[in-house]
Design a protein. Structure first.
Length: 272
């Protein structure tokens, strides 16, 4: 009975899930397994600050082919026929990851490439997010959640089409010289000007670009009319990833996690 129920749920899931287009239930179960404690994983120390654009692209190609994946990533739960995100037990435990939210994130990635706003999907570029919640919506619906139910709150936010997902891109790209001037490369300057992007939580969402001229790095941290939820999610593309986005007609895989990258425990002192 459990396997039948799981297949029914999975069938409904696939029907509304562009990021899983063309994949069978068996394929989802294989690609979206929980992380194995002994598997290779991505650490913050895999990357460095002030990367050049060619260097960042080369690093992405290396990491995409690498066996390393996000450690505490989203996985398919056969028992319930749902996607789950690992989360802290004291804050509610694992979080149900709605299919529509994954579709929205995949759409954001695709639009970012279509509009030439990003070069890679991993931490040094488009690899982490925040949530923009309309002030009135936050006050009424989300502020009352106690800490022990934050897992439930995440699921509710991920189902809410009024919320925008905000991304700081070009995160580790060198955009300024030591004297404060912008790097003498037009593509890098373009990335600097367009590094703040945000899209509604909808599978057909477009993206808007925000600016902060008062920030040396053009980093937006406040958006009028919205409550800034800083603890969003991380994502990283990898050849065996759970989800799918498309770029120039080619399919790529990626993973999601609610946890930030950590230093490699086998390399004491390693950090960003």
């Amino acid at each position: 009975m459990k396997s039948v129920r799981s297949v029914v749920f999975a069938g409904a899931f696939l029907a509304c899930m562009p990021a899983f287009a063309g994949n069978s239930v068996e394929d989802i179960s294989r690609r979206c397994r929980p992380a194995d404690p002994g598997e290779a994983r991505i650490y913050s120390s895999d990357f460095s600050w002030n990367m050049t654009l060619p260097g960042m692209k080369a690093k992405f190609d290396e990491m995409y082919r690498s066996p390393k994946r996000l450690g505490q990533r989203a996985y398919w739960d056969k028992e319930t026929g749902t996607l789950r995100l690992p989360y802290m037990k004291e804050r509610g435990g694992t979080v149900e990851l709605p299919a529509g939210f994954v579709a929205a994130v995949a759409r954001h990635i695709e639009v970012a490439f279509e509009k030439d706003l990003i070069d890679a999907v991993f931490f040094p570029d488009m690899g982490h997010s925040h949530f923009l919640i309309p002030d009135a919506v936050y006050k009424e619906k989300y502020e009352p959640y106690p800490t022990k139910k934050m897992g439930e709150m995440y699921t509710a936010m991920m189902r809410d089409p009024r919320i925008e997902v905000f991304y700081h891109t070009a995160e580790q790209l060198k955009t300024r010289e030591k004297d404060g001037s912008l790097v003498d490369d037009e593509r890098t300057r373009h990335r600097y000007r367009t590094r703040n992007i945000s899209g509604l939580n909808e599978p057909w969402a477009d993206l808007r670009i925000l600016q902060n001229p008062e920030s040396n790095a053009n980093t937006v941290g406040v958006v009028p009319g919205f409550f800034w939820w800083g603890a969003g999610f991380n994502m990283s593309a990898q050849k065996d990833g759970c989800f799918e986005y498309r770029r120039a007609g080619k399919a790529y895989r990626f993973d999601l996690s609610l946890f930030d990258l950590e230093p490699d425990p086998n390399k004491p002192g390693s950090e960003f």
